[in-house]
Design a binder for this molecule. Structure first.
Ligand code: SF4
Length: 278
């Protein structure tokens, strides 16, 4: 439970607040971007109290999804808790319910004719699991890298999903071990992107949605990646970024950081710009 006496002073006055236990995961800022902002420290704060019911609903999605229960309000989040995963676009849904064990990494649910896919693992929260079951369950869980596996075992137990991860990041007993680039089926391409970890991989869906784990994210409308989180190799990380110029996509959907949506030619320019900046 968030504690009012620990609220960060930058919150605008009102019912909703963030306290100082925030671990800077970005989940709330992605679910309710108009409400939650980012301090220089990286922590979140309430930049604007929700102005209407729709905004309150998004803020309450953030309340239940915060991995450290750092967001407080007098309102009940019980009904909003049942909305997740929330639709983003096409087959893509945001799971919310980030797990502290993956440092609050965001995860995604993909509705596919050939069987639904989880990209990285959310918290195994009862309302989320019920909604996923009602949507046809999970056939495969694609794990972008070793850090974001969270409650993978409980999803495997509940849905019998195949867990897929690169061999070099196999910190779990996965059913499928990847060795490099490849295809998981029509419209599902794996791109090996070593750098953050040795076995980091992105999943490219329908040449439109790129799930990047901790390889690449957006910040203030620009693509970014971080030398300070290139645990394996910054040199490899830069090579991996160049590799993305060979692919077409319009969305970057990361584990940490913000997502970015641009027409494919502009996305390519944005990658070229990032290559120039690093
Ligand atoms: S969701 Fe993440 S960024 Fe937002 S308050 Fe919670 S820990 Fe902080």
């Amino acid at each position: 439970m968030a504690r009012r006496e620990l609220a960060v002073p930058e919150n605008v006055p009102g019912d909703l607040f963030v306290d100082e236990t925030c671990i800077e995961c970005d989940t709330c800022r992605e679910l309710a971007p108009e409400v939650f902002g980012s301090l220089e420290s990286g922590q979140s704060f309430v930049q604007e109290q929700p102005a209407n019911d729709a905004s309150w609903r998004r803020a309450l999605h953030a309340v239940v999804s915060c991995p450290t229960a750092s967001i407080g309000t007098e309102r009940s989040a019980k009904e909003a808790a049942r909305d997740l995963p929330v639709h983003l676009e096409g087959p893509v849904y945001r799971c919310g319910y980030s797990s502290e064990s993956s440092y609050g990494a965001q995860s995604y649910f993909l509705r596919r004719d050939g069987g639904n896919i989880l990209v990285d693992s959310p918290r195994f929260a009862a309302p989320l699991v019920r909604r996923i079951a009602d949507s046809g369950g999970v056939r495969r869980m694609f794990l972008t890298h070793r850090d974001d596996v969270a409650d993978h075992a409980r999803f495997r137990e509940r849905f019998g999903c195949e867990r897929i991860i690169h061999r070099d990041d196999a910190v779990i007993d996965a059913e499928v071990l990847l060795d490099g680039d490849g295809e998981l089926g029509p419209g599902l391409r794996v791109i090996h992107l070593p750098g953050h970890t040795r076995g980091s991989c992105a999943l490219l869906v329908d040449d439109r949605y790129l799930f990047t784990g901790d390889h690449l994210w957006a910040w203030e409308g620009r693509l970014e990646m971080g030398r300070n989180v290139s645990w394996y190799s910054w040199t490899e990380q830069k090579k991996s970024l160049r590799k993305l110029l060979d692919y077409r996509f319009e969305w970057v959907l990361p584990g940490h950081g913000r997502s970015l949506h641009l027409p494919a030619p502009l996305m390519k320019k944005e990658i070229e710009s990032l290559i120039g900046r690093i």
